[in-house]
Design a protein around this ligand. Structure first.
Ligand SMILES: C[S@@+](CC[C@H](N)C(=O)[O-])C[C@H]1O[C@@H](n2cnc3c(N)ncnc32)[C@H](O)[C@@H]1O
Length: 395
């Protein structure tokens, strides 16, 4: 990722980043307005070019009271932030080229009254978000305000982040949505901890690297799920590119975090995304009760899984989608990757013939009811266990 080029989004105040900046700056201004007289210390974690804090300080009455450390890795961004601060006479603002993921970067700057963590939580793993929030007290002065952002694209972790702040003793002062981002301010309500050197807060891996088991091509394809302007074809291809496999939890969130999904998760999510972004496609979920034989299982999932299929095959329930396109309805099956979709033709079902049941308002409940009615659980159990164990790379 070119983190210098990334900042170009700020040039347009109506862009997603521009609208996020407006809210971050409003919350930052509010935090400064409420500070008691005297010096104010601020820290920005992964500060980029510092548009948020430098923009606010340019005209804030407390500007002379503020000393700030902007910690940023990209040297060009550091230079731009530093010169922007100098150009408007912000003597107390220092931009440093350092690794913000280590507490060492904050020695001499902590404890701070304001800590900005913007554009970070979307680029680090969920465990690292939790760890960073737990450790944030080390950067804080008593009653410090933390301002943070996180995109709300799938997987939307904002509820978990808010809960983690509460657990770590930070009360929420403000919470706003500027789609696709959430922006919030939290105040430390407990005693801060002293800064300890050498503590690792996170690995800044970038959202594209959140799926280390994917090839570069798969990662690029899946990236379409994170872009607001993705086409219908790109979204369908993103789901097809996601490796087949059972995620650890049967939820869309787990599927996206682990980039591993079955027909059930992939089609549920695709139906939701298309209904939101391409409502004219009128996505409809369909369940097909069919018999899976060993030869087909071998073709689809490989030997280890095919071995679990009894001689007579087993009854399974497969989920797929239909969408409205050019005045007709076509079938789409994104369970596995294959030849690129032309955006017009049906995508062939990976299962054989069977009986179709259109899903209602609760597709998962419908699927479970069909499984209870038609599938023989003892015969199916080894198949499901093998699927989960293998992560089931298609053969
Ligand atoms: C999404 S941008 C956010 C920048 C800024 N906070 C904002 O909201 O405009 C993330 C920034 O983190 C920087 N970065 C990535 N890894 C870093 C690290 N380990 N230490 C410091 N900065 C890092 C990148 O260079 C990039 O400028």
């Amino acid at each position: 990722m070119d983190w210098h080029a990334w900042h170009a989004g700020y040039a347009d105040p109506e862009s997603e980043l521009g609208r996020r900046l407006t809210v971050v700056q409003r919350q930052l201004r509010g935090a400064l307005d409420g500070m008691p007289p005297g010096p104010i210390r601020a820290i920005s974690v992964c500060a980029g070019q510092g548009h948020d804090i430098i923009g606010v300080l340019s005209e804030h009455p407390r500007r002379a009271d503020v000393s700030a450390r902007l910690v940023e890795l990209d040297p060009q961004n550091v230079a731009l932030a530093q010169s922007a601060a100098r150009a408007i006479g912000l003597e107390g603002v220092e931009a440093v080229a350092a690794d913000a993921s280590l507490t060492d970067a904050y020695i001499g700057a902590a404890p701070a009254d304001v800590v900005i963590v913007c554009g970070v939580f979307g680029n680090i793993a969920a465990e690292d978000i939790a760890n960073t929030i737990e450790q944030l007290g080390q950067l804080c002065a008593p009653r410090a305000t933390v301002i943070w952002t996180r995109h709300r694209r799938a997987p939307d972790l904002v509820a978990q982040i808010r809960a983690a702040f509460e657990r770590a003793g930070f009360a929420e002062l403000a919470f706003e949505d500027a789609p696709p981002f959430a922006i919030a301010s939290n105040r430390l309500q407990r005693a801060p901890e002293p800064l300890r050197a050498g503590v690792k807060l996170f690995d800044f891996i970038g959202y594209e690297a959140l799926w280390p088991h994917l090839s570069a091509g798969e990662r690029t394809a899946l990236g379409a799920l994170f872009r607001a302007d993705s086409s219908l074809v790109e979204l369908v291809e993103a789901m097809r590119a996601m490796p087949y496999g059972l995620p650890s939890e049967p939820t869309v969130e787990s599927m996206l975090l682990q980039a591993r999904g079955t027909s059930a998760g992939k089609h549920l999510f695709l139906a939701q995304v298309l209904a939101q972004r391409f409502p004219q496609a009128e996505p409809a979920i369909v369940h097909r009760v069919h018999r899976l034989d060993r030869a087909r299982a071998q073709e689809l999932f490989g030997t280890a899984i095919a071995r679990t299929i009894p001689d007579e095959g087993l009854v399974d329930v497969h989920r797929y989608l239909t969408i409205a396109l050019d005045g007709r309805r076509i079938e789409l099956d994104v369970t596995l990757s294959g030849e690129p979709w032309d955006g017009r033709s049906p995508l062939a079902l990976v299962c054989g013939p069977g009986r179709d049941y259109p899903a209602g308002g609760d597709p998962d409940a419908d699927l479970q009811a069909l499984e209870r009615e038609h599938c023989y659980a003892p015969a199916r159990a080894p198949f499901l266990v093998a699927l989960a164990a293998a992560g089931a790379p298609p053969s």
